[in-house]
Ligand binder design. Sequence first.
Ligand code: UDX
Length: 416
Amino acid sequence: MSVICIDNDKSKIEKLNNDIIPIYEPGLDKLVQRNKYYKRLRFTTDVESAVKDSDVIFIAVGTPAMENGEADLNYVVDVAQTIGKYINEYKVIVNKSTVPIGTGEIVKNEIKKALKHRNVNYNFDIVSNPEFLREGSAIYDFTHPDRIVLGLESEKAANIMKEVYRVLYLNETPFVITNIKTAEMIKYASNAFLAMKITYINQIANLCEKVGADVHHVAKAMGMDGRISSKFLHPGPGYGGSCFPKDTNALYKISQKIDEPITLVGETIKANENQKLKMALKIKEAMGELKEKTIGVLGVTFKPRTDDMRQAPSITILNELAKYCVNFKIYDPEGLKEGKVRLEKIIDKIVFCKNEYEAITDVDALVILTEWNQFRIMDLKKIKQLMKGNYFFDFRNIYERKIVEQLGFKYYCVGR
Ligand code: UDX
């Protein structure tokens, strides 16, 4: 099988052709290099020949949230029109983008319209094939999925898709073959459920804190129940990223629009916003007057092993603290470039640092917002000496209270 990646962003394609990966994703550079070397993978902006040369075409464009929370389908529609403009024989058109229920139908109609305009009549099949990989572990997740979901309408398309995923099919990865709308729904329902699960444990954590319970033990024992499972029960400053915030909003909007509101998802969205603000409030309440205080921030990306800052909790939390005239010193192993773009716009007093120790030198407080591995093994004694103050906010719960307090820090976390 050979793969052609098409984008209309020339600079992105140029970078990929020069072995530069435009995002940080562990292992992706080697994977791309290897497949380019064996001539199984190429990158181009030439959409016409790529469409003509392909048997299966994946639509994998963004579906960003619009102002009102609904998913913006412009890019999907645009690609569908382009496909309709150039197809020259039977093709399978697979939608990988996360899209509202019914988008498969829209894509089909756009292609049909384009074919009619050209006065030609080629057959094609539409497939919905949602993706469940996580950033930071994209390669492992993609090659070890819990299931492959395929929404489709013909035996022919099903056989072609099984061929595309032959390796996984042979590995006995479960395949869920269903209709297109159901496949589209599976993606939203899964993401919203996971977002809800995180929010649930965050709220339990907040309650634990008030009543003197330990959320880690609660989560551990809950997770031992096979019906609940231990995954996605880690409390923190709220979920972020390019999927959960966007997809919960989109699903909630869809459900409201057709008068069947999924109120649990509506509450999840509100509670997650609140969780981020709560973190800022926790700092304010602990430290009192914040004017001209300096805070060292470790981690600004929405999770470790990525440079992605989209909807990162750090943006809300730092923006909130900036209202009190706080100075920030920031370090993130991969997020500094993107962090500068996102944070310098909203915060004046911000300095980006070369490492974690520089970021906490002479600060009144340190705040851990992303659980990068290197933050788990910091030399706390050295940190204590370098810091001016002794406030230690660990919003990813990666340290033990006892150990940190013994060194003379004032320790704050989430739910313990
Ligand atoms: C998510 C889905 O997991 C994935 O299936 C989908 O394809 C895309 O969206 P991703 O956003 O890459 O993946 O990362 P994920 O690991 O799910 O984390 C999302 C957010 O939830 C992060 O901000 C993370 O810190 C937070 N999170 C996750 C928690 O706060 N607690 C948890 O237990 C798990």
